[in-house]
Design a protein around this ligand. Structure first.
Ligand code: TTP
Ligand code: MG
Length: 364
């Protein structure tokens, strides 16, 4: 820990255990204890997104082709991906986090950082809060989570893997110095295969080895990442928990190299823009896993004419629909009736209500 850092933080990293597969096993008890995976079918050249621990014993893992997974584990049961179900669980889990803090940074549907430095629950004990969060998740969803508790994001993430599954691990500020030397550099945030190989060539495999390399040499070899390596191998990581600001809208737009002369040519461009918009919406939803931030209430179209006049027109709606955008675009065009330089399609989200007293609940 950096003794000069202004104050010691308490960060929890929560990571659900084989998330998609655990949901499938929960929903179908016959699958429990079996070698299962979630992913695309072999016939369609699918890929495994995740698998049960039983399947991991055969060497099956995420991002492996389903064909390869079935070679390693012929009795593997490959289930189709049910994204909506996983998103639903993610929302329930995020609502539990909000009972403890609003300083939440989701990393994916199944992982998040929580900054509980100032959270009043459990007499301020982050360890007890992590236990309470994991217990609440299990009560509410029947799923198990692992957690890491540490003074920063890097160490909290390392710690959440330490007692996985269904466990937690604490690295207290006064334990960081003793913890670091044995940690393999592969576990350091930002160190991928290439960097790991370069470090190995320097005789560096653990953070302890890395601590022996002087800063100027790290800078010379790794550029600005050298500075990060210098800090991370000492367990220093000042990155704040980035509370994702609530998304208020989402839009895509395109400026055309040649102006679109009329309403028909404008309309012809809409399907491609529409597809971009729905893809971005999908991605935003995956990232947030928070339904409250992403309920749609308005759809809008923006046109910029060749005289640079901009017009925006909107209507109510709860989902993006191409036909609605067509109508809006036609109406918008009639406001100028001249060539169009730019088209934008967008939607606006309902904003989240403030947490209720219950959500802030003081059960703990
Ligand atoms: P992870 O947390 O990496 O994996 P996991 O929760 O399945 O297993 P662990 O117990 O080791 O934490 O990813 C979370 C979910 O994200 C996972 O259930 C499926 C999905 N995922 C993919 O779709 N593709 C991938 O390549 C990975 C790594 C995950
Ligand atoms: Mg996980």
């Amino acid at each position: 820990m950096n003794p000069d850092s202004p104050r010691v933080r308490k960060i929890i990293h929560v990571d659900m255990d084989c998330f998609y597969a655990a949901i499938e096993a929960r929903d179908n008890p016959e699958l429990r204890g079996k070698t299962i995976a979630v992913g695309g079918a072999r016939e369609r050249r699918g890929v495994i997104t995740t698998c049960s621990y039983e399947a991991r014993r055969f060497g099956v893992h995420s991002a492996m082709s389903t064909a390869r997974a079935l070679q390693l584990c012929p009795r593997l049961i490959v289930l189709p991906v049910r994204m909506e179900a996983y998103r639903e669980e993610s929302r329930r889990i995020q609502a539990i986090y909000r009972e403890f803090t609003d300083r939440i940074e989701p990393l994916s549907l199944d992982e998040a950082y929580l900054d509980v430095t100032d959270a009043p629950h459990c007499r301020g004990s982050a360890t007890l809060m992590a236990e309470a969060i994991r217990r609440r998740i299990f009560e509410e969803t029947g799923l198990t989570a692992s957690a890491g508790i540490a003074p920063n994001k890097f160490l909290a993430k390392v710690a959440s893997d330490w007692n996985k599954p269904d466990g937690q691990f604490v690295i207290r500020p006064d334990q960081v110095e003793a913890f670091m030397p044995a940690l393999p550099v592969k576990r350091v945030f930002g160190v991928g295969k290439v960097t790991a190989r370069r470090l190995k060539a320097m005789g560096v495999t653990t953070c302890g080895d890395l601590q022996q390399v002087p800063l100027p040499e790290l800078l010379q070899r790794f550029g600005s990442f050298g500075q990060r390596l210098f800090e991370l191998c000492r367990g220093i990581d000042e990155r704040p928990v980035k509370v994702s600001r609530e998304r208020k809208s989402l839009s895509v737009e395109e400026t055309f190299s040649q102006d679109l002369p009329d309403s028909e040519t404008v309309e012809a461009e809409l399907p491609a823009l529409f597809q971009q918009l729905t893809m971005r919406l999908e991605r935003a939803r995956q990232k947030q896993g928070d339904e409250r931030a992403l309920l749609i209430h308005t759809l809008f179209v923006k046109l910029k004419f060749d005289n640079f006049r901009i017009t925006t027109i909107q209507t109510g709606g709860t989902a993006p629909e191409l036909d609605t955008y067509r109508e809006l675009a036609r109406e918008a065009w009639r406001r100028g009736e001249r060539p169009v330089r730019l088209i934008g399609l967008g939607l606006r989200f309902k904003t989240a209500p403030a947490p209720t007293a219950h959500q802030l609940g003081l059960e703990y």
